[in-house]
Design a protein around this ligand. Structure first.
Ligand code: PGA
Length: 257
């Protein structure tokens, strides 16, 4: 099976809704139609930009998918400051990041919370992008796979094979996020292959073949071709480089075969 590549721009807490509209329009202008026929692109702006970006994408019929960076697992209730997955579905959000390392580290998200979010996101017909990754200490202690595969198992707990096949896993070594350090293509391939192997174990081999696995952590136009050339790397979750439409457009084009 050939998996369709998915390049996701995670803007984090950058770009207000005016800047967001300009950035998406510029990115679309820079990308040839043929590229967007070969690769899925999702844009994950801050919550306050979602409605504006949704409108631009739909009115101009852009081939971009709208993404969110996070959500709560409940549909409504007394959760001050949180955002419901039902509200995201109403905005035609297609992909929602769950368990980004910044959420885990800075906002105390646990594997159990990530699992509840994945259930909620899928209940609302959206695709979770579940992030997993090791710290530098864990890597140096030789615990990369223990950590990463443990997060995979915990995050996917209770999901059916079909549900697992339709989601996205993003391998993001924490030491490579926003640092300019990238895992070598070989390292990214090794861990992504191990993740796929674990999915085969907890589901089956057809599910493992179908699930899309992204690499994330200082991906830029200059290293996209090599990373995306790896057999088990099906896309990229891109932070810093997605903020500059010129760079992101090059990266997206370099990601296609
Ligand atoms: P980066 O961020 O590309 O800036 O390293 C990736 C991410 O956090 O998703």
């Amino acid at each position: 099976m050939t998996r369709r590549p998915l390049i996701s721009g995670n803007w984090k807490m950058n770009n207000n809704h005016y800047e967001a509209i300009q950035s998406v329009q510029k990115l679309h202008y820079l990308l040839p139609k043929e590229t967007l026929e070969e690769v899925d692109v999702s844009i994950h702006p801050p919550f306050t930009d979602l409605r504006s970006v949704q409108t631009v994408i739909e009115v101009d019929e852009m081939e971009f998918a709208l993404g969110a960076q996070h959500c709560h697992w409940e549909d409504s209730g007394a959760f001050t400051g949180e955002v419901s997955p039902a509200f995201l579905e109403k905005l035609n959000v297609a992909y929602v990041v769950a368990g980004h390392s910044e959420r885990r580290e800075l906002f105390g998200e646990t594997d159990e919370m990530v699992n509840r979010k994945i259930v909620a996101i899928q209940n609302h017909q959206m695709v979770p992008i579940m992030c997993v990754g090791e710290t530098l200490d864990e890597r140096e202690a030789g615990n990369t796979e223990t950590k990463v595969l443990g997060q995979v198992v915990a995050g996917l707990d209770g999901r059916s094979n079909e549900q697992i096949a339709s989601l996205v896993i993003a391998y993001e070594p924490i030491w490579a996020i926003g640092t300019g350090k990238t895992a070598t293509a070989e390292d990214a391939q090794t861990v992504c292959a191990a993740i796929r192997g674990k999915v085969a174990e907890i589901a089956d081999s057809a599910t493992a073949e179908a699930v899309r696995i992204q690499y994330g952590g200082s991906v830029k136009a200059a290293n996209a071709t090599e990373l995306m050339g790896q057999p088990d790397v099906d896309g990229a979750l891109v932070g810093g480089a997605s903020l500059d439409p010129d760079e992101f457009a090059r990266l997206i084009q370099f990601s296609t075969p």
